[in-house]
Design a protein around this ligand. Structure first.
Ligand code: SAH
Length: 388
């Protein structure tokens, strides 16, 4: 059988030569391929450009695997996964939960693998990754011998590929709570029902960084299961942790007990309301953490998102004590760092606070950012200090 192939426009080839991994459908001239094939990529003159995953549905028609003329087989994928795991050994400490494979950032576009101690959670977010799912699981079993592998294929992006949304157990068993250590703190994760694949692993290093500045009275808004609150509690007098989701607050309380921490109060509430209440009642804090969900899910929602970020940052800066710290994040890819800095600067100015940027941070290093693929950068995290 001849190898499946796709011919791309000059513009598509330039994108690949420029280091990007994606070719959009409008740059596909011709595809002799089935949905989900690995294809040989050619430019308009028939020259070899690389090998890529092909999708017949998504706007991202091609996702580059390599620019070298090498076979894409089981050994290829096993080597990429092994290399991804090797890199984590150098950057992850005091932690059993981390992203083992971050899609394009590890040269494996549309494949996500998160490790929760002895368990793995997998996402296959393109037609080709979906087709290779069983092979990926076999490789993961060979390399890591996990006790269970869950598939968290419920993200909406699967629909753009014509794939269904599903959650299932692909290997072994997945207990309702997997207890694992992050930054020396024990957390329970629900790999089948928790948000994302069970936790927000991308903020691990920012939780640790926030701990360095923590003291006194702290407000953790959008706390989920206590990621920031429980990591920094040891340095605080008291932490109030707020989330809208009853399941998150319940999980936070159980995590607190698990670590015998007594100075955190979890509260089920809307963070916008809590910030406003504190402003009106005169409550003040030495540190405030803002880690909201992505307000800008697409380009059209950027103006509304901007207002949302401005509002919470303005309110937080108003109720921060002199010399206090604001740890503020945005995980919207569509809000670039420069814009986020500008929004927070406007908020600080409106709050009549002089503030300095103590630390400019991003997603944890197990979510590696490809320099030539801006889409792989999504978390911005600023640690801001209000001058006394
Ligand atoms: N800081 C967390 C992750 C936060 S993810 C950690 O370190 O693990 C965003 C969280 O915001 C989710 O748990 C979601 O339930 C919550 N959320 C969404 N809208 C909210 C609102 N208006 N008020 C409070 N929490 C909200």
């Amino acid at each position: 059988m001849p190898e499946a192939q796709a011919t791309i426009s000059q513009r598509g080839a330039e994108r690949i030569h420029g280091g990007h991994l994606w070719v959009y459908r409008s740059d596909v001239r011709r595809a002799d391929a089935e949905p989900g094939d690995v294809v040989r990529l050619l430019d308009e003159r028939g020259r070899f450009v690389g090998r890529a995953f092909y999708s017949d549905r998504s706007q991202i028609a091609l996702r580059l695997l390599t620019r070298d003329d090498v076979p894409i087989d089981r050994a290829f994928f096993a080597e990429r996964i092994r290399a991804a795991a090797e890199y984590r050994k150098t950057i992850v400490q005091d932690t059993e939960v981390y992203r083992l494979v971050y899609a394009g950032g590890d040269g494996l576009p549309s494949l996500i693998v998160d490790r929760y101690a002895d368990y793995l959670a997998l996402q296959t977010l393109s037609q080709a990754a979906e087709r290779l799912k069983a092979e990926f699981v076999e490789i993961l079993l060979e390399l890591f011998s996990p006790r269970g592998v869950a598939e968290r294929n419920d993200p909406k992006v699967r629909l753009l590929e014509g794939l269904d949304q599903r959650v299932s157990v692909l290997h072994g068993e997945i207990p309702p709570e997997v207890v694992a250590c992050e930054n020396g703190v024990q957390f329970a994760f629900d790999l089948l029902k928790g948000q994302k694949t069970g936790g927000f692993l991308d903020q691990r290093e920012n939780r640790r960084a926030a701990r360095d500045y923590a003291s006194g009275q702290i407000l953790d808004c959008f706390c989920y299961a206590g990621g920031f609150a429980l990591t920094i509690a040891g340095r605080a007098a008291h932490v109030e942790a707020v989330d809208l989701s009853p399941a998150a607050v319940e999980a936070g309380r159980r995590n607190q007990q698990r670590n015998a921490i007594t100075n955190v109060t979890f509260r089920e509430a809307n963070a916008f309301d809590v910030l406003k209440e504190c402003d009106e009642s005169g409550r003040r804090f030495d540190m405030i953490i803002l880690d909201p969900p992505a307000f800008a899910k697409n380009r059209d929602s950027v103006p509304a998102a901007r207002r949302g970020y401005k509002e919470i940052n303005l309110r937080a800066l108003k109720i921060l004590r002199p010399g206090g710290y604001l740890v503020t994040s945005s995980c919207s890819h569509h809000i670039p760092e420069a814009l986020f800095l500008q929004i927070v600067a406007e908020a600080a100015n409106d709050a009549r606070r002089l503030t300095v940027v103590v630390d400019r941070r991003t997603q944890a290093r197990d979510h590696p950012i490809l320099l030539t693929v801006p889409e792989t950068h999504y978390i911005k995290c600023l640690i801001i200090r209000a001058l006394p």
